[in-house]
Ligand binder design. Structure first.
Ligand SMILES: [Cu+2]
Length: 224
């Protein structure tokens, strides 16, 4: 019986967490407000300090709570940049699998002309439950001597994979052509891919509900 309760509790914590940002240090986390742009409702920069972050070769570590996610990473430059997440530093990807997920090779576009010691905020955006977006932010300071996390922190859980997704649509469902800053966006096909992404999001939700049902059945079997 004790085992059953532990199993259920473990599953509940994964299912309800949406996703968490493990590195750089997250500004704040309230899973009920993760849908609020920007930064999942945490509006004040620097309240948790700042993580040194390099201009090339940066890493971002997440823990994923959905079977599948669309993920994109944006950056806003400045000490307290508000919602100015105008530059993509990791183009949209389709990620599959629960648990640890590590993005490497993050580079700041040279067009931003960032300098050593300058402050900025990174925002990780994923698709919502099932629409809209989920947002986690980290406040950073650019440093050429920044140390990236160990492979025990930034790693991929067994079965976690990711592939490139359409750059025409942000994970929150908005076309990239309709927001500022993403010069790579092509508007011609954004309508079609927006539809495709929404369908994918619905499929993702279906898979997640299926997983919940299966897990519940397994737990019940243990109880009986
Ligand atoms: Cu969720």
């Amino acid at each position: 019986m004790k085992t059953t309760i532990t199993t259920l509790a473990a599953f509940a914590s994964i299912a309800s967490a949406h996703f968490t940002l493990e590195f750089p240090t997250v500004r704040g986390f309230d899973e009920d407000k993760l849908t609020q742009f920007p930064c999942g409702s945490f509006d004040t920069a620097g309240v948790k300090g700042r993580t040194p972050f390099p201009m090339t070769g940066g890493e971002i570590a997440l823990t994923m709570g959905h079977d599948q996610s669309q993920i994109e990473v944006l950056i806003a430059i400045g000490n307290d940049p508000g919602s100015a997440f105008n530059t993509v530093i990791k183009s949209p990807i389709s990620q599959t699998g629960l648990g640890a997920f590590c993005m490497t090779g993050i580079s700041i576009p040279s067009t931003l002309n960032v300098t050593e010691g300058q402050n900025a905020t990174i925002q990780v955006l994923t698709n919502g439950d099932p629409t809209g977006g989920l947002y986690n932010c980290a406040d950073i300071t650019f440093s050429s001597t920044a140390t990236m996390p160990s492979t025990s922190v930034c790693r991929n859980n067994t079965g976690v994979t990711a592939v490139a997704a359409s750059a025409d649509t942000h994970p929150n469902g908005t076309a990239t052509g309709t927001t500022t800053g993403d010069a790579s966006a092509t508007s011609a096909s954004s309508g079609a891919s927006a539809t495709a992404t929404k369908n994918a999001a619905v499929r993702n939700l279906g898979a997640e509900v299926g997983g919940l049902v299966l897990a519940g059945a397994a737990a019940l079997a243990i109880v009986l």
